[in-house]
Unconditional design. Structure first.
Length: 497
């Protein structure tokens, strides 16, 4: 458990309603994983960002518990990977029970092995509340703040910025705002942005964090549907004393979230006695649905995470897609706010993330309906932006499997240097490989307009890249690629003007 002081440092008391408006560069509405990841990325870039949260504390439940390999890479860059590893564990093998007897095994995800280019191979299980504590503590280290108890009442914008009003406390004036306030986003509704979607499954589901006796903590425990009830699964939550309980109910049912109600479900659907459930820490019910906002931007306001797209929990894509929204947007906002990049750079956020969200929504829905497996696609390592205006590929005759502009830049170790270590931070990386590693003809990184900080890395060879010159974006994707550096300055100028 994180020290209480670390969390207290990140809290900000709601001040007198007669106080003048607070001014900040970026207002982030919502202190879930999306908002916290964005605030961390902005804070480490020196951007003044304020996170406001309507609740009085961080979200208390386990809900989004699976962190995919690409998200682990993002969290590595944000400086919390070690804490996340310590707080979680791999997904356990499932044990299938029938009348108190183990009848089989169930594996949630297809097995995968780490490679040089992709060191994190499989999902890592961490309850959402723990992930948020870790992110909040990191934000506090960077000097960021969260204002709890700030419920948004309205938001207005003009050519110079955004003004947010709250049910209590003073207004906030910001140059930009980001809605990270969930599927029922107040910001999205205030902007009049529609959300199109469908019910993935009309059957309600109960999710709860419970303490249970009589089950080992080395396995997920699966109880198939019987005549007396629906599906029940009980997962041990690593580094805690709790289990996550998931139960499905017939359409039209209102699940009972009380301790007695959950005890009845466990007693009816498993070999456990009702009293084996000793405590309920958190409980919620929901109807799985898939929906996406019609657009991810309105002027100076951006939508990220569940405010932009709502997933079925199947496949563990919602939280992960959301954190990567934040990772895509953070460096772009910072570049524009610093004055080194054109405001049009922000157009690339929706251009890049909306198609990704649509694709992942479809995948989540297919997995929920049993039409797809939890395999390579769910790890999100293959997500890229080849069709983005920020992806410029100048080489010709590439093999089909070759790395291209817009792709995720692989990890690897060459000459004692780990590439992820070289990429980590807020800078761009000018990577030259093989014949391109000769410094002759390379521009001076300080002379690339629009790219405030460029680090140069040279390695003699690496088959994952092939020979050439690669400009790696701050979020770890290849922005520009060429056989030589010809045209690279023009790319930088188009970003910076």
């Amino acid at each position: 458990m994180l020290a209480s002081a670390a969390l207290n440092n990140v809290k900000e008391n709601v001040v007198n309603t007669h106080a003048p408006a607070r001014h900040t560069d970026v207002l982030v509405v919502g202190a879930g994983p999306t908002g916290l990841a964005l605030a961390i990325d902005l804070a480490r870039r020196g951007v003044d960002a304020l996170v406001v949260e309507r609740a009085g504390a961080l979200f208390p439940g386990s809900r989004g518990k699976g962190l995919q390999p690409r998200t682990l890479e993002v969290l590595d860059d944000l400086g919390v990977h070690d804490a996340i590893r310590a707080a979680g564990a791999p997904y356990p093998v499932g044990v299938v029970w029938q009348d108190g007897v183990r009848t089989g095994e169930h594996r949630m995800f297809d097995a995968a092995e780490p490679t040089e280019g992709a060191p994190y191979a499989e999902p890592w299980m961490v309850p959402q509340w723990r992930t948020q504590e870790i992110l909040a503590a990191r934000l506090a280290e960077l000097g960021g703040t969260i204002a709890f108890g700030r419920e948004l009442a309205g938001i207005e914008q003009d050519p110079e910025g955004v003004t947010a009003a709250f049910v209590s406390g003073p207004p906030v004036r910001a140059r930009y705002a980001v809605a990270a306030d969930g599927g029922r986003s107040t910001v999205r509704r205030a902007l009049g942005i529609g959300m199109t979607g469908e019910t993935v499954d009309p059957n309600p589901m109960l999710v709860a964090d419970v303490r249970v006796e009589g089950l080992d903590r080395d396995h997920m425990h699966v109880f198939p549907p019987t005549e007396g009830g629906g599906y029940l699964a009980i997962w041990p939550l690593a580094a805690t004393e709790e289990f996550q309980l998931v139960a499905a109910f017939p359409e039209g049912t209102e699940p009972d979230l009380s301790l007695d109600g959950i005890r009845k479900v466990v007693g009816a659907r498993s070999h456990l006695a009702p009293d084996d459930v000793t405590e309920v820490r958190w409980a919620s019910d929901f109807r799985p649905r898939a929906a996406m906002a019609d657009r991810f931007r309105d002027g100076r306001v951006f939508l990220a995470g569940d405010s932009a797209h709502v997933h079925s929990p199947a496949g563990g894509q919602g939280l992960n897609t959301s954190v990567q929204d934040a990772y895509n947007l953070g460096w772009k906002l910072a570049a524009v706010l610093a004055g080194g990049a054109r405001a049009s750079l922000l157009d690339s956020y929706e251009e890049e993330r909306l198609p990704v969200a649509a694709h992942m929504l479809g995948l989540s829905t297919r997995i929920h309906r049993g039409e797809a497996r939890r395999g390579e696609a769910t790890r999100q390592l293959g997500i890229g932006y080849r069709t983005s205006a920020l992806a410029v590929e100048t080489r010709h005759g590439l093999a089909e499997e070759a790395l291209r502009a817009g792709d995720r830049a692989p990890d690897g170790v060459r000459g004692g240097l780990r590439l992820f270590d070289a990429f980590r931070g807020t800078h761009w990386t000018l990577l030259t490989v093989g014949a391109g590693s000769d410094a002759a003809g390379l521009p001076d990184p300080s002379a690339l307009p629009g790219l405030a900080d460029v680090r140069t890395v040279r390695i003699p060879s690496y088959e994952a890249y092939g020979d050439g010159v690669f400009l790696i974006r701050p979020d770890g994707y290849v922005g520009w690629a060429g056989t030589t550096a010809e045209g690279l300055a023009s790319y930088a100028a188009a970003i910076g003007g």
